[in-house]
Write a protein that binds this ligand. Structure first.
Ligand code: NAX
Length: 332
């Protein structure tokens, strides 16, 4: 085994936190050879519930669980942290304006960014799950000037998984036969699910879909909204928001980042833009990325067609507007 790694989970008493920590303790985050020290962060009102989660973690007698501690102080929770799963966020309540939501979360993620800056390990990496995830990651990074900004990422892996599953269903193949999907832009309904480079059993996905009578119009009218609105569909059918699938995606996001993507394959992560693919610097946008040796790289730009360009630009415009709103509040 390797030395234990310290992982901070925020919102640990919430639904996604609860679904994440047991699998992290079982090795799904860092692999079967790395023990984990879990640091659970909650708001003071939920700290007691987080203590209950910690008790259950102990009751699992997980061989890989080196320790579990509960905090309601971000500075303490991020002390020595190597991986941050930033799940806790302020949900939109009834009658809440978008600006109120942005500012409430900016309050949370600026404080956590500073705590990370002051106390986290040099190797620290974060995935933000709490919404608005992309902009929350941007805020955390901007309050952690000593941490390389590229270590703050946001979760679009769930969208990526949803797209893989829906493409596999549409083509009547296994998800293992599907590759090359890209999620662009914001983790919101404006996201663009790009099939132009996707393959099904090694053939262009659009060709395979066309043989089944599914053209670009179908992709635009059915496939893209199906993936973008899947969260709402889950709420309607399950009677609650996506939890286990979100936890799984967050674990896979970090696992892929640490371990690398398979040769010739990529995944989707929201990362600070380098200006690649015509997406301006200064936003955290979803991109197709490859991972190796603990780092990631945005997939080399290709000649994006007009159809895709308009959709990418629309989602990026939303990210720019979110950044603008937060900047106007003086929170960036
Ligand atoms: P819950 O409301 O069940 O849990 C959130 C937890 O965060 C609560 O226990 C709350 O006390 C805690 N919390 C709030 N502020 C905190 C702070 N400052 N420090 C530490 N903890 C804090 O929500 P859940 O269903 O777990 O969802 C969590 C977040 O994930 C939400 O923002 C949700 O919108 C977002 N999602 C993001 C997804 C993505 O793909 N990026 C998909 C799933 C999910 O919708």
């Amino acid at each position: 085994t390797t030395p234990a790694a310290t992982v901070t989970v925020t919102g640990a008493a919430g639904q996604i936190g609860y679904a994440t920590v047991f699998r992290a303790a079982a090795g799904a985050l860092l692999g079967p050879a790395t023990p984990v020290r879990l640091r659970l962060l909650e708001v003071p009102q939920a700290a007691r519930a987080a203590e209950g989660v910690a008790m259950e973690l102990l009751d699992g007698a997980f061989p890989l669980l080196a320790s579990v501690d509960v905090f309601d102080d971000p500075a303490a929770a991020f002390e020595g942290s190597e991986v941050g799963l930033l799940i806790g966020a302020k949900p939109r309540s009834q009658g809440m304006e978008r600006a109120d939501l942005l500012s409430a979360n900016a309050g949370i993620f600026s404080v956590q960014g500073r705590a990370i800056n002051d106390g986290a390990a040099d190797s620290f990496r974060a995935v933000v799950v709490g919404n608005p995830a992309n902009t929350n990651a941007l805020i955390a990074a901007s309050h952690a000037p000593d941490v390389p900004a590229e270590r703050f990422t946001a979760l679009t892996r769930l969208d990526h998984h949803r797209a893989e599953a829906q493409l596999a269903i549409a083509c009547d193949v296994s998800v293992n036969d599907v590759d090359g999907i890209a999620i662009w832009g914001n983790h919101s309904a404006s996201q663009y699910v790009d099939l132009t480079r996707a393959t099904v059993q090694g053939r262009p996905a659009e060709e395979v879909l066309a043989e089944r009578g599914l053209d670009r119009q179908w992709i635009d009218d059915f496939f893209i909204p199906k993936v973008a609105k899947r969260g709402a569909e889950i709420i309607r059918v399950r009677g609650g928001s996506s939890v286990a699938s979100a936890a799984h995606a967050a674990l896979r996001h970090v696992r892929t980042w640490l371990r690398g993507t398979d040769e010739g394959r990529w995944t989707s992560m929201a990362v600070p833009s380098t200006g690649a693919h015509g997406i301006p610097e200064g936003v955290v946008s979803s991109f197709p990325v490859t991972c190796s040796q603990g780092g990631y790289a945005i997939v080399e730009p290709w000649a994006v067609d007009e159809f895709s360009r308009a959709r990418i630009d629309r989602s990026v415009a939303e990210l720019l507007a979110e950044r603008e709103a937060v900047a106007e509040l003086g929170l960036l």
